[in-house]
Ligand binder design. Sequence first.
Ligand code: AMP
Ligand code: ZN
Length: 470
Amino acid sequence: MQVSIYNTMSRSVEPFVPLSSDTVGMYCCGPTVYNYAHIGNLRTYIFEDLLHRILTYSGYDLTHVMNITDVGHLSDDGDEGEDKMERRSRESGMSVYDIARMYTQSFFNDTGSLNIITPDITCKATDHIQEMIDLIMRLEERGHTYISGGNVYFSIDTFPQYGRLARLKLDQLSSGARIEVDENKRNPKDFVLWFTKGKFENQAMKWDSPWGVGYPGWHLECSAMSMKYLGDSFDIHCGGIDHVSVHHTNEIAQSEAATGKEWVKYWVHGEFLIDETGKMSKSKGDFLTLSLLIDKGFDPLDFRYFCLTGHYRSQLIFSWASLQAARGGRINLKKQIQAIRKASDDIRKPVASNEAQAILDEFETHIATDLHIPQALAVLWKLVKDKEIDPAEKLSLIENMDSIFALDLLQEERQEDDPVPEEILALVQKRTEAKKNRDFTQADSLRDEIREKGYAVKDTKDGVEITRTV
Ligand code: AMP
Ligand code: ZN
């Protein structure tokens, strides 16, 4: 199966040809563990999981590395603002290390319940301070750094290719744009490699270094850790689209200036999940988490299914109604698959017929072509509804497809017998009585109360039907 993928560097879909014939190295920027992941972040990890699954499906021996940012990520992606971990520590009264531990755990709980495969290597920034110091020393030796106001900066003017990924127009930037200029910087786009002084002296996490006690700039960790585990050059680097212009641009500058080699062959970025207001930020305080979805009665796999319905390079708009629709689709799919299991006595037969082979080919073409997952999902639906293919053959195809979708399609549905809460049943009962007593005002107000609690009632000839609305 020849995989192709959109490379942000070339702005085109390219055939995937790994640097080495049998192994593939993939690095994905991981979470900043100062708070729960929001469902936007989780969309990015689902897209990376799909890429992981497609590459292993295609037979590559993949090494997937992801960092955990537990130091140095400021509230601004440049060098402004406060360290996100420190701010959370001040607000919560917990130590930065406890915060990191707690939110790292919650992150892996979320990714586990979304069937996201844990990367082969997950590495914490705070465990790699020495590697970061070594990298700064290499950059220093090659003349790419300067010290100003106590901090070590990367000088972008020493790296002429700076901004290639984001296609930054640097001349226009320095002459036209209004940027908050750090007076220590020779060029406004220079960035900090090591902080020792400035507004962050009370930092709880600090380490000794040749430049004094301090801590690393955020971008540095990804360069240092990816090169430690995947070598000076590797195949794929992923992240959310927001990282193109600053974080990944600076990662490239540091890495390539240090080694003199091309660092990454394919840059793969996932578009944002946004809510109806057009944003989804976790610094705003109030945000959508997987736990909130679960509290509202959704299965984490409803969210995974929802993400599979959009292409990773398109924005996806979250609403409760679309999540409910995804839930309906997923449950319906599983019901149909249950019927196929019954019809075949749960026996699976390898693909043999031309019809089944054609479905498999179609599925593989979609997953191999720049992650066309929504189209691949449509092929699954076509298979499920097909009247010709032997159910036992269908089952083996479904099992195969689910190695990519990871929707637990062949497992019993956990929530099908999810009961309507007692409170709702009691209100429905009261409404039925009110109707019997012809007190329609009371019946209507009970219906509204039930709706506010997330359920709809409908009178059918077989009785009252209760459905969830959120
Ligand atoms: P962070 O924990 O803020 O470092 O972000 C973790 C990952 O989530 C990064 O790859 C971001 O690019 C990505 N990300 C942030 N916001 C969103 C969003 N609204 N939708 C999709 N991905 C996002
Ligand atoms: Zn990164």
